[in-house]
Design a protein around this ligand. Structure first.
Ligand SMILES: Cc1cc2nc3c(=O)[nH]c(=O)nc-3n(C[C@H](O)[C@H](O)[C@H](O)COP(=O)(O)O)c2cc1C
Length: 423
């Protein structure tokens, strides 16, 4: 029987004879690729399916979203010059991070409350990451426990921590102990939220601070039957990852109140040194944007720098992390593994990130869009897209392996130079 889902443009016909034909894909995968061929198609569907407040929480940035716009524009502006005449078919995408092999140099950034997009989000992200063998950094504020997450994604699970400083870091250090006992692969300290900021799109959608399920939000939810049904079927997510510290109270509102009470501020250098002592595995600092901070972190024994502006969600005047990346990579000179995120929407962006100095590029919102658009199937579909786009980019540029991207000729007009940074 002819496959009616197969695209029939001349380009795709020529592709079907090559290594990007997707010959091993199922009909369902091909159908998804036809309907949602890019992350932005998933975003458009998520926007239609989710209640307004949920979409605005997941997708909104600080200020007038100019930080998000800059993240996207800076990635889009990067050009990579191809070298033809080399046979590279098909280039492998595997990579090594912290001594462990992963199938691709991209991963999932930590998200607090991804279940707002689809209940069970953490489970589906963990399963998809394990199946694809890509890193998944689970947020400390999640609807499964650390131990459950490790059992779902034993090879690829990283854990993100916020600063819980009360009682001499009782909660933070207990989480470190649990992460080690459970077998978490890497620990990520988020230090780019020294203050709480407001996101206007959230405010305008009716989200109140501290969070409460108001009548306005309930009404909003009623207008999104598919989302509402998924919540009724699977149950509204509860923040069980922190249950031992929350007196058993795990609703969204309880978690919001708990975070206000217990967490806050950016880790100080002394505190980072303390977590370094407490955690024997790979330790990453998430939020680095200045080369001098990167150098100091490496001197303290940090293994990985997560170069990010928190997806444009803190204030919208921060540099696009992709623009800060080259100077940071030059400053640390290979002494730490570098992850970049904030604005990654495709496998082409992943390649751009590596060409500009990262070892891997992660995405946050794109995975939320995938969940909001397609529920359980979303993360796997997005990973397929990224993988295929990355393979195509490597092939087009004439790279025989991911590492060859570092040798590519790149035009990165917006990049900060080392001289742009004050000491
Ligand atoms: C809804 C949402 C919640 C987030 N929660 C966290 C979090 O709990 N911890 C953290 O370190 N980063 C958090 N982030 C930031 C992401 O880890 C990541 O840095 C950012 O999303 C990357 O940018 P991108 O969304 O453009 O890919 C969150 C981002 C979003 C969109």
């Amino acid at each position: 029987m002819p496959d009616t889902t197969a695209p029939s443009t001349p380009e795709s016909e020529s592709a079907t004879s090559g290594w990007l034909a997707g010959g091993s894909q199922t009909a369902a995968q091909r159908a998804l690729k036809q309907r949602y061929p890019t992350a932005l198609d998933l975003r458009a569907r998520a926007r239609r399916r989710l209640p307004r407040f949920a979409f605005e929480y997941l997708d909104g940035g600080a200020g007038a979203d100019t930080g998000i716009d800059r993240n996207w524009a800076s990635f889009d502006a990067i050009e990579m010059v191809p070298r033809y005449g080399r046979m590279v078919s098909p280039p492998p995408t595997d990579t090594t991070l912290f001594g462990r092999s992963y199938a691709a140099p991209f991963g999932i950034s930590p998200i607090g409350g991804p279940g707002t997009a689809f209940p069970g989000a953490e489970t589906f992200l963990a399963k998809a990451a394990q199946a694809a063998q890509i890193p998944y950094t689970i947020g400390v504020l999640s609807a499964i426990t650390i131990e459950e997450a490790v059992s779902l994604a034993p090879d690829v699970l990283w854990l993100q921590l916020y600063r819980f400083a009360r009682d001499d870091h009782r909660i933070g250090l207990d989480l470190v102990r649990r992460a080690a006992a459970a077998g978490v692969q890497a620990l990520v300290l988020t230090w780019d939220t020294p203050v709480r900021t407001t996101r206007p799109r959230e405010v305008k959608s009716g989200i109140v601070n501290p969070f409460r399920l108001t009548n306005r939000l309930r009404l909003d939810a009623m207008t999104s039957p598919a989302w509402l049904l998924s919540m009724l079927r699977n149950g509204i997510p509860r923040f069980v990852s922190l249950r031992p510290y929350m007196d058993g109270k795990t609703s969204f509102a309880d978690a919001a109140a708990f975070m206000r009470r217990e967490s806050g501020g950016a880790f100080t250098w002394d505190e980072i040194a303390r977590y370094r002592d407490a955690w024997q595995g790979p330790l990453l600092l998430k939020g680095v944007l200045h080369p001098a901070d990167a150098e100091r972190a490496v001197a303290l024994g940090i293994d990985g720098l997560h170069v990010t502006n928190h997806g444009g969600r803190q204030i919208d005047a921060l540099p696009a992390s992709i623009d800060a990346l080259p100077a940071i990579a030059a400053a640390v000179g290979g002494k730490a593994t570098i992850i970049v995120d904030s604005g990654v929407r495709s496998g082409v962006d992943v390649a751009r990130g590596i060409a500009c100095g990262a070892d891997a590029a992660f995405a946050g919102k794109a995975f939320l869009w995938s969940l909001g658009a397609l529920g359980e199937q979303g993360p796997g579909h997005l990973i397929d897209l990224f993988q295929e786009e990355l393979s195509a980019t490597l092939g087009q540029l004439g790279c025989a392996a991911v590492g060859d991207l570092r040798e590519a000729t790149v035009r990165h007009a917006n990049a900060y130079g080392p001289g742009d940074f004050a000491a």
